[in-house]
Design a protein. Structure first.
Length: 520
């Protein structure tokens, strides 16, 4: 295998132009908006197509480009289930959760918990969101991006981390979500076009689809593995993914905030379904290049190095710069999304308790300070992530699986019913689930965990336990006044879904069923 090639002058020019254009777009858009609603919710005036691109871009970061390619190198299409199965959770977001959030006029997801349950639930989720986004989203994104930039730029990891942090924080601090949505739309198109080009070049390198399939293990092309598969059996995907997915796609401020800024429920639902279509592509343009790398460069010391390897050896000067710009777009889109969601939750759900009478100007200053603080914390944390032994994408999903079960139970029952015991489920269930799933992932203590019980299926089992617990408590408790303050789901969904949204949803379901039939 050839060494990772350094960038040419033309590459640096292209990368520099991309950064200038991105920051300029963000700054110009941000300067036009000065109110708190602009900063946190982009004035609630974003059209459906920008919502779809923004959801896609805020989801796709360096850990996807680097991690999914590495996962393809290690196990083929298997980890692509995290991409394709997202459509089922996006359906829940479009037709159950987002009508509820918009009709009740909440600005943050923790606010929903206060109105449904209690102030303590709101505060708990607010801090959990801030911590998870800072250490998981920002930290992992910074580290994954730095892995690639180190090889091309010749910088050490600290220089790469600081470089990325300054760019992402600049326009996010100035413009908030109004700037972020526009830059994410720009970044999403750059990512999609650049990755399609890279995949096409890779196909010519391996000699076409036939040669690629013939020279890779047969199981690499199956999305669902047998029950005895040691990596990810089918039941772990089918039952475990929805638990991670509902938390991530339906109740995480980072994603939901894009739909909360829609012009109307119709635009929000249309944008979410559009994002579902966009999520089909990552398997083909992010995972498959990793399989190509397996065929061309067997025996890499670390699977996560396959992405910088193929960028370096497949592309000439100029195109190499374009793909580094794609990587930067992926990193920055998730970083700015994380920063904005952190500042929104910190300002509206946490700092509001400390400064209940703060005016709009003071709230904006708090939001900008929170953005800068989160960026600094992530900068110092990111270099330590390299100590994790597993593939980046796998590590990220293990962490999400650890926090998901209690929260999914609380939100799903909260939208469908009026359960009790939310506080106990959060304050006790959350630490117990985190400890159990992390211990399972590390297989500690040795000999305790059966081979069939991987972290995904354990997440599902813990979710079932939490649901049963909440139902039992609820059936034996009296409702509180706060639990009667929100309308029922039936009342929320009286407004008919538009025919175009229904048609798009049906087409998406048909496509996804077809893809799973082909790749089973």
């Amino acid at each position: 295998m050839d060494a990772v090639q350094s960038l040419a002058t033309l590459d640096f020019v292209i990368i520099g132009l991309f950064i200038i254009v991105l920051v300029t777009i963000g700054m110009l858009k941000g300067r036009k908006h000065h109110t708190a609603q602009d900063f946190f919710l982009a004035g609630r005036n974003v059209p459906w197509w920008m919502i779809g691109y923004s959801i896609f871009a805020s989801n796709i970061s360096a850990e996807h480009l680097v991690g999914l390619a590495g996962a393809g190198y290690m196990s083929g299409l298997l980890q692509g289930n995290y991409e394709w199965m997202a459509f089922s959770c996006l359906f829940l977001l479009a037709f159950i959760f987002i009508p509820y959030y918009l009709k009740t006029n909440v600005a943050t997801i923790p606010e929903f918990l206060e109105r449904r349950y209690s102030r303590k639930c709101r505060t708990f989720l607010a801090w959990l969101n801030v911590i998870a986004n800072t250490f998981i989203r920002l930290g992992v994104g910074l580290y994954a991006g730095s892995l690639v930039i180190m090889g091309f730029f010749g910088w050490d990891i600290w220089t790469c981390v600081i470089f990325l942090s300054i760019i992402a924080a600049s326009y996010t601090i100035v413009g908030g979500l109004a700037a972020v949505v526009v830059t994410e739309t720009f970044s999403a198109n750059i990512m999609i076009i650049g990755s399609i080009v890279l995949t096409a070049i890779g196909l010519t390198k391996v000699g076409g689809v036939g040669e690629l399939v013939a020279n890779s293990p047969a199981e690499y092309w199956s999305m669902l593995r047998p029950a005895n598969d040691p990596v990810m059996p089918w039941y772990a995907i089918v039952f475990g993914y929805p638990i991670l997915g509902i938390w991530y796609w339906c109740t995480d401020q980072l994603i939901v905030q894009r739909a909360l800024c829609a012009r109307s429920i119709k635009h929000a639902q249309g944008g979410i379904i559009f994002a579902g279509f966009l999520k089909i592509m990552p398997v083909f343009i992010f995972v498959v290049p990793g399989i190509m790398g397996y065929v061309l460069y067997p025996g890499l010391a670390k699977a996560d190095m396959v992405y910088p390897t193929i960028l370096s050896n497949w592309l000439p000067a100029g195109l190499r710069g374009v793909m580094v710009a794609v990587l930067l777009a992926a990193i920055l889109s998730t970083m700015d999304a994380g920063l904005n969601s952190i500042s929104t939750i910190f300002t509206l759900d946490i700092a509001k308790n400390w400064m209940p009478n703060a005016n709009e100007k003071k709230r904006l200053w708090v939001a900008r300070i929170a953005t800068a603080a989160a960026m600094l914390i992530a900068m110092f944390w990111a270099p330590w992530i390299g100590r994790f032994p597993d593939n980046l994408f796998l590590v990220l999903n293990q962490l999400l699986a650890a926090i998901s079960p209690p929260l999914v139970a609380i939100f799903l029952l909260g939208a469908l019913w009026k359960p009790k015991a939310a506080e106990l489920s959060m304050f006790v269930g959350e630490p117990v689930c985190v400890v159990l799933i992390l211990a399972n992932s590390l297989r500690w203590p040795a000999g305790l965990w059966p081979s069939w019980l991987n972290f995904m299926f354990l997440s599902f089992l813990l979710f079932i336990v939490m649901v049963i617990f909440m139902i039992i408590v609820s059936l034996n408790s009296q409702p509180t006044p706060s639990e009667k303050s929100l309308p029922s789901l039936r009342d929320i969904n009286k407004e008919n879904v538009t025919s175009l949204v229904k048609f798009g949803a049906i087409i998406l379901v048909v496509i996804m069923i077809g893809l799973y039939i082909v790749f089973h």
